[in-house]
Every structure is written in C-alpha cells, then in structure tokens.
Design a protein around this ligand. Structure first.
Ligand code: HEC
Ligand code: HEC
Length: 246
C-alpha cells in the first residue's frame, strides 16, 4: 500500500499529511456529515446511490468534491466547510462504497459467519459483541455501522495495515522499569489510559513514565491462512450485520 508509510507517520502526528488520500480517514467524515441523510449504504436519498458508483451530477472526483463543498442549491443537499483534504478523503470513501457494495451483502452468510466468529475463529478471545467476550481488542457490537466491507476484510487479512488510531497499542515503561502493553483508550497532557493484556484498565501519569512507544503491529493475527475465502466473506457479512444493540 503506497501511503502506508505516510499513514503511520500521520498517526504519530495525529493528522494526515497534505495531499494523501485515505479511505480510512473518509469513513468517519462520512459518518458525521453524510450518513444522517445518505445512510450506511449511500442509498437513503431517493434517486441517489453511492453504491451504484454512478452520479447524476458528477463524474470526476473534482466534481464530487465541488458538490461536497457547495452542496446542490435548491435541493436538500447542503454545503459544508470541509477542507480540500477532507473532501478528498470523503471522495475516496464514496468511491470505495461502490467497489465494496456488492460484496457487502450478497456473498456471505451472516449466520455462518457468527458461528465462525464464536467458534473456530476464536474472535471472542479478544473481542466483545453485545456484552459477550473479551475487552482486549475493540468492542465490535456496532462495527457494521462504522466500517464497510473493504475495511473489515482488510482488518482480517492484514491487521497491521488497518489499525484505527483509537485502537493503537502502546508500550509504556515506567520509571521503575515496569513495561506495560495495552490498547490505548484515552490520553491527555498528563495521563494515559490503557486496557492491558489482562483486560485491566490502567491509568498512568505521564510524569512517572520513562517511555511511551506506539506499537506498529497489531496483536490481532491475520486470517488469510486460517479461514477460507468463503469463511472470510461469511465473517465479514456477520460483522456488517452488527449495528449496535437494537
Ligand atoms: C441534509 C441532508 C443531506 C446531507 C447531510 C448530505 N446530503 Fe448529499 N444529497 C442530499 C440530497 C437530498 C441530494 C439529492 C439532490 C438532488 O439531486 O435533488 C444529495 C445529493 C448528493 C450528491 C449528488 C448525487 C448524484 O447522483 O449526483 C452527492 C455526490 C452527495 N449528495 C454527497 C454528499 C456527501 C459526500 C455528503 C457529506 C459531506 C452529503 N452528501 C451530505 C442530501 C444530503
Ligand atoms: C489475539 C487477539 C485477537 C483476536 C483473536 C482477534 N482480534 Fe480482531 N483485533 C484485535 C485487536 C487488538 C484489534 C485492534 C487493533 C487492530 O485494529 O488491529 C483488532 C481489530 C479488529 C477489527 C477492526 C476494528 C475497527 O473498528 O477498526 C476487526 C473488524 C476485527 N478485529 C475482527 C476480528 C475477527 C472477526 C476475529 C476472529 C476471526 C478477530 N478480530 C480476532 C485483537 C484480536
């Protein structure tokens, strides 16, 4: 992946470098600014279908970006004040909704995916779904509302390439030499909170730490060899069906 180096740097700087285009960065923007009207699959506005990849009012990325900035006067499509980089990331995300739309539903069997998730995949050893499982990895109860199929597939096959900033693992060493690794939940100027490998919430004062290192590899194993292509598709379908506890 071309921007992977840049992506890692970006996480360290907490912002994307100018010019980089990132589907991952576009997802959260879509969720905040577009999802309320266009919906999860981009199908909620009559006559508009992001999944189809066809736009009535735009063909190029430039034109899409212009619509996002200016809205469509005289219609329900409002203008935004998103920056050029944010619009670029959103356009990348809109385009990805097309390429992943078909695999999103049709191919997999969510019930079989759930059996794999709870059974042979042993996903509950690290993840939690609706109150069941471990807190070591992120809670996946509403992952289907937050992520698209392409993202989920990538999370399963190449976990190191698809770590969301909020799920970063850090390794800290205290002044007395104790090393603690865990998933970063929160941090501010003075403290840092982790869920450690025994699922304990740990809050540390920065002044007591000798070092804090972002771990660039995910503790999550890749499933390319462990699951067949069909099993992978089933698991992704199951994950897409997780949209919070209704
Ligand atoms: C308040 C509701 C609303 C929000 C929020 C909204 N849209 Fe729209 N959008 C619409 C409506 C309604 C249309 C259809 C306008 C028309 O053509 O009549 C539309 C049309 C579009 C189109 C043109 C589709 C085509 O076929 O040419 C694009 C692209 C688009 N929206 C992208 C976005 C993006 C990206 C966001 C988030 C930044 C967003 N919209 C936020 C309501 C909204
Ligand atoms: C050894 C622990 C472990 C196991 C087993 C594991 N995961 Fe993970 N998983 C993690 C951790 C830690 C993260 C957060 C870091 C990352 O994104 O790689 C994660 C991230 C994810 C994400 C991305 C979540 C997001 O919103 O970014 C998905 C999806 C996921 N796992 C699904 C699965 C599925 C499905 C299985 C079983 C087939 C599984 N995981 C097994 C530890 C694990």
């Amino acid at each position: 992946m071309i921007y992977r180096g840049a992506f890692v740097t970006a996480l360290l700087l907490w912002s994307l470098p100018a010019g980089a285009q990132s589907v991952d960065a576009g997802g959260p923007l879509y969720r905040v600014h577009c999802y309320p009207c266009h919906g999860q699959e981009g199908e909620s506005v009559p006559g508009v279908s992001f999944r189809s990849g066809q736009y009535r009012r735009a063909s190029t990325d430039e034109e899409l970006s212009r619509i996002i900035l200016g809205g469509i006067p005289g219609t329900g499509m409002p203008p935004t004040n998103l920056s050029a980089d944010e619009r670029r990331n959103l356009v990348a995300y809109l385009r990805s909704m097309h390429s992943t739309g078909e695999s999103a539903k049709g191919a997999g069997d969510a019930a079989r995916g759930m059996a794999i998730f709870d059974g042979k995949g042993a996903c509950l050893n690290c993840h939690r779904v609706r109150g069941k499982g471990s807190r070591m990895g992120p809670d996946l109860s509403d992952v289907g509302a937050l992520r698209n199929a392409a993202y989920l597939e990538k999370a399963l096959t190449d976990p190191n390439d698809a770590i969301a900033p909020a799920n970063r693992f850090v390794r800290v060493v205290t002044k007395d030499g104790t090393a603690i690794s865990g998933r970063r939940l929160n941090e501010d100027t003075h403290t840092i909170q982790l869920i450690d490998e025994k699922e304990r919430l740990v809050s540390l004062n920065r002044s007591e730490l000798r070092e804090v290192v972002l771990v660039k590899t995910s503790p999550m194993p890749g499933y390319r060899e462990k699951l067949s292509a069909q099993e992978m598709t089933d698991v992704v379908s199951y994950l897409l069906s997780l949209k919070g506890s209704q």
